[in-house]
Design a protein around this ligand. Structure first.
Ligand code: HEM
Length: 450
């Protein structure tokens, strides 16, 4: 069987202008082919030295053992800062620590389980929408459906059931901001400091105004009404106190964190689900095996948290999807000190990139790396902690990882137990990475109710 779609990597060194053009089109197109074979690839764009690191041992040092020397890169921060300020995703040091501590209770295993009824409801609603759309011979873009489902989940977890909030408005504004602003500019590539304005980001500024106003309204309304019966993320963030100053989060900090959760929490999961459906349509044998598992467990209803342990094959499909199309395809850091990474010399100020996309397809780490084989995650083989990093690792590991896994399993199992998904010839998606790894053109599939 052929392999599912992949991105063409670079076979010869790119000049500055070529790198710039490729990075704006698709960040995956700046990854050298050598990144699939070697533990390191280093280079220089103008004055900026960079290293791509694919050695699990070196990655462990960057993300865990020497994490304080590898803060998130200025390029990432300057894209995100106008939208989400100095929130959890972007902050460093003590500022980061107390925000992480404030948000952590929401993501404990107990709380994630308590949040899963929202996921089951979203799965049910997605099935109803898809059933209404499914006509023989007519393709459906499942990305739109999955974004709607995961947005419902994150908006309820973040704002509770508050009807006053224009949830859809905030999501649209955020998405158009990212679409416009996240394209890497030439100035980022050559390491020009953040305060030099980027033309593409100036154009996106008006979208931010609406988004900020929506979040502020949610906070103001909550201050008046007080917490609801089941505390949501906004209640917990409002309750948290900085252990050093004893102060609570200011409106601006609350706003930035709410938007962070919306950005980080729904598109990533929607992309995972969309790619998983593409892969199930690509390999009908896998789809049939997954459906048999889902139907036996669910017997016609949508999946719940209690079902997740009984859906091991669906979990393996989600993991294999995250390997082939990791939504966070690039982790980018700036070295704060000189270092040696498993033999490679790093200078202070160098950009250190973990190209997760290439790591997950590395020829020396994976058997038949471009093939779709969910069974590699059945627990029988050995997978190094630092060769599979869809959620990163170390202290900055994705706070929503188990939340996202539960959500993806619940929604995917529910969909596969009710519909058959078939590829549309000539309409395969193209993996393109802007800020996240997306299927360009959407994932168009024929959907037939069972
Ligand atoms: C399949 C879905 C998801 C994927 C693949 C994913 C991936 C990641 C990755 C790779 C990072 C680290 C980024 C870096 O270090 O540069 C991260 C961080 C983060 N993620 Fe996720 N994520 C997902 C879902 C979620 C969800 C559901 C939430 C919240 C509800 C969330 C919230 C966050 C936050 C707040 C951070 C920053 C954590 C910190 O710096 O302390 N993510 N995510």
């Amino acid at each position: 069987m052929a392999d599912p779609v992949s991105a063409p990597l670079v076979t010869k060194p790119l000049g500055l202008w070529e790198s710039y053009r490729a990075a704006r089109r698709n960040l995956l197109e700046i990854i050298p082919l050598a990144a699939l074979h070697q533990p390191f690839v280093s280079g220089q764009n103008g004055p900026q030295r960079w290293h791509m690191v694919m050695s699990p041992k070196a990655i462990r040092r960057v993300l865990r053992d020497a994490v304080d020397d590898y803060p998130k890169s200025e390029a990432t921060k300057s894209i995100l800062r106008p939208a989400i300020g100095e929130s959890l995703f972007v902050a460093e040091g003590a500022e980061w620590r107390w925000q992480r501590r404030a948000a952590a209770p929401v993501f404990t295993a107990r709380n994630v389980t308590a949040l899963t009824p929202v996921m089951t409801r979203a799965a049910e609603a997605a099935c109803a929408r898809i059933a209404a759309d499914a006509n023989p011979g007519r393709a459906v873009n499942v990305v739109d459906q999955m974004v709607a489902a995961t947005f419902d989940v994150i908006a309820t977890v973040t704002f509770g059931e508050d009807e006053a909030v224009d949830r859809a408005g905030a999501s649209e504004a955020l998405e158009s901001y990212i679409e416009k602003a996240a394209r890497v500019s030439l100035l980022d590539l050559i390491g020009v400091p953040d305060w030099v304005p980027r033309p593409n980001r100036i154009g996106a500024a008006s979208m931010l105004t609406k988004m900020h106003a929506d979040a502020d309204l949610a906070i103001e309304t909550r201050r008046k009404t007080g917490p609801g019966a089941a505390p949501d993320l906004l209640d917990m963030l409002m309750d948290a106190e900085d252990p050093e100053s004893g102060r609570a989060m200011r409106t601006e900090e609350l706003r930035e964190n709410l938007l962070t959760f919306i950005v980080a929490g729904h598109e990533t999961t929607a992309l995972t689900l969309s790619w998983a459906l593409y892969l199930c349509a690509f390999d009908e044998t896998v789809q049939a095996k997954a459906r048999a598992e889902a139907c036996a467990v669910l017997d016609g209803r949508a999946a719940t948290a209690d079902d997740v342990v009984s859906l091991p094959y669906i979990r393996q499909i989600v993991e294999e999807t995250l390997r082939l199309y990791p939504p966070g395809g690039f982790l980018s850091r700036t070295a704060r000190a000189a270092d040696e990474l498993d033999g490679a010399e790093v200078k202070s100020g160098d950009t250190v990139i973990v190209p997760v996309y290439a790591l997950h397809r590395h020829r020396k780490l994976w058997d038949d790396p471009d093939a779709f084989r969910p069974e590699r995650f059945d627990g029988s083989g050995e997978i190094d902690r630092y060769q599979f990093l869809p959620f990163s690792d170390g202290p900055r590991i994705c706070i929503g990882a188990s939340f996202a896994m539960q959500e993806a399993i619940i929604i995917l199992a529910s969909l596969l137990s009710r519909f058959r998904f078939t590829r549309v010839p000539g309409r395969d998606p193209k993996p393109v990475m802007i800020l996240t790894l997306r299927p360009e053109g959407g994932v168009w599939l024929e959907v037939a109710p069972l």
